[in-house]
Design a protein around this ligand. Sequence first.
Ligand SMILES: CC(C)(COP(=O)(O)OP(=O)(O)OC[C@H]1O[C@@H](n2cnc3c(N)ncnc32)[C@H](O)[C@@H]1OP(=O)(O)O)[C@@H](O)C(=O)NCCC(=O)NCCS
Length: 158
Amino acid sequence: MTETTGVTGVRLREMTDADVPAVMTLERTLFPLDAWSEGMLRGELAEPTRHYVVAASGDAVVGYAGLRFVPPEGDVQTMAVSEQVWGRGVGGALLTELLDQAARRGVTHMFLEVRSDNPRAQRLYERFGFVQIGVRRGYYNGADALVMRRVAGEGSHE
Ligand SMILES: CC(C)(COP(=O)(O)OP(=O)(O)OC[C@H]1O[C@@H](n2cnc3c(N)ncnc32)[C@H](O)[C@@H]1OP(=O)(O)O)[C@@H](O)C(=O)NCCC(=O)NCCS
């Protein structure tokens, strides 16, 4: 795993059960309308087809992301960064890590869903070569989901 993020003092490492309380605090803050339950997160960590990472600044968790891989397909299950450090490249570092892990495991087609009212996340995904391929009406609490796909070798990956 790429441990450095390019952001001073922020490193990536694998998410463990011990991170769950800190991650859930961020989850409830950053996804006020559709936060996962703690049980969902723990269930994800127990799945062998998942790769979850946290971005840590000292002892503090400032971001996290999760990959589901079933080659040749993979999904960005979740991604979030503490608002205090938005715009410094932590989200990009987390996404780079998921894409690198996915590629190493033979994933060529990555998918994700993102709220239609979340242009910030959509821009980040577009920057990494994700393209909108569909809409899921009413997928989220109060919003549609845009379905995005990134095919290895197409589009950009910085
Ligand atoms: C979406 C989210 C993960 C982005 O995280 P982030 O850490 O701010 O992402 P980055 O800093 O890598 O990129 C965001 C912007 O900052 C800019 N940026 C990155 N590094 C930078 C730097 N060193 N200096 C200045 N700007 C920078 C990027 O160009 C990018 O701009 P763009 O969106 O106009 O392309 C974060 O806003 C978040 O957690 N939102 C709430 C939860 C959420 O929506 N998750 C996604 C669900 S699908």
